[in-house]
Design a protein around this ligand. Sequence first.
Ligand code: HEM
Length: 510
Amino acid sequence: MMSVYVLTFIFGLVTLALLKIIYPPWNFPKNIPTIPFYVTFLTTLWDFDQEDIFNLYLREPLEKYGAVKLYFGSRWNVVVSRPELLAQMFKDEDTFAKSGNHIKIPYGVISAYTGENVISAHGAIWKIFRRTITPGLQIFDHRPMVEHADLFCSLISKQLAKNVTLCPKRTLSHPLATSDFESQSTSGEVVMPELIQRLSLANISKVALGLDIGTLTRDNSDLHEQLKNVKSNIFKALYLNFPMLDLLPIPSRRRARKYVEDFRRSLMKSVKANLVNNYTFEQTSFASSDLIRSFNREEISEKQLIDNIVIIMVAGHENPQLLLTSCFYMLAKHKSWQRKIREEVRDCNVDKLGELPLLNSFIFECIRLYPPLSQLINRCTTRKCVLGTDIVLPKGAYVGYNVMSTGRYKSGWGESADNFMPERWGASIDKIMNEWRHRKNTCNMGAFHGGRRACLGEKLALLEVRITMATVLRSFEWTLAPDWADRVTSAGPLCPLGLKLIFSELCTSE
Ligand code: HEM
């Protein structure tokens, strides 16, 4: 029989653990609101999406105070959204030091996935990573993206043709099948996530890593299959909220770890076969080639080489994938914009897409309302400090930013902040680009971060979105599938969830 003392001790420990979840640490600032701890778990337990959570619990306190205390990832954090606070955090890298998963939760499966890389690292090693991959992500050959956009259109056409012939049989045998590209059914209907992922994987692999991984030309690219295994296991709300569970011998987490290892091994096998063994890296300027050269000069370790190649692949396909999904969604919802932009891109050469006012203001408006990385918490204070004028943070506090809120601030964007209004960016391309730069510089637009740690893939991602949208607009028109539930992802990266569209091919004479 357990003694009363042991029981009291266990009860005490459980109570303490619960109190640590329910209440923020005593030394956290008292002059900003505390979001109730259970808010983070609502999307796991009920049918809430990120917009619901934002509107119900975050919007008001964030807009009023600019910062809140939020429980996430097994700890209390301070999350900011007011542009001045974002600017301070982005600028003062020494105080708000990057602290990626490899430091925050080194035991987590997610850390095994992306390791110590240019996005998560801090200090001298980050400088080496950034210096190494910058050239390959700024100067690149965009022609594969044009080819891939055409292949993407062929896949949509193929799907439409298949629907016409296979639809009745498939509909009867798989009435609920939606996730698998092969099993899409109703005429004209295309389930977008997998198709867009195949495109964005092909783009980043070819343009930044110099690899053809066949996601658009084969139905079962090995790397794609392995990545799907990783993703379906890694982004589970329970483990994102309680990463310490990864320390336990849970069979599904062991499986997740194995999927991560398989993916990393296959990716490096492909890099070796395509770039290293045949010395191609010596004559090419891909970001991967520069990383291999840096490894050969012993500036980075083999693990850091792999971690960085993995992050280019992961961040480089995932973020454009999210943005493309939001763009397809918004054009389906706003048919007048679909028509106007189709007209604008009709005879436009790829080199001139960046000069089109309607296309570019539309993309910027999608980013404002649906920033792919809506909230990130990956900085840790290196000393006691003051955020803004009076928010005192202790040393060792995790700090993050919520740009979904920044993009919808009424104080920054006016009463129409919630409305989709591409025209707010300006009428001429000069005005639009100036406004984009101004909003980024003042941190009213934080979707690509800013300052010294600004996203290195912005140029590539925007070009990818312009090329893809222009190409698809020339060949198809589309609407939302009537049976698709209009909602966004429940947590993590932000985009419409499981987007389903109805496509119809345009006549060439149109
Ligand atoms: C719509 C597309 C994209 C969005 C919205 C986006 C957003 C971001 C954000 C918010 C950060 C800062 C992350 C943080 O605070 O930890 C970041 C950093 C970064 N992004 Fe992107 N990104 C996009 C596309 C890409 C692409 C295509 C690449 C290509 C590989 C890329 C490479 C990077 C890199 C290397 C960094 C780290 C910069 C540094 O810390 O020095 N991004 N991105």
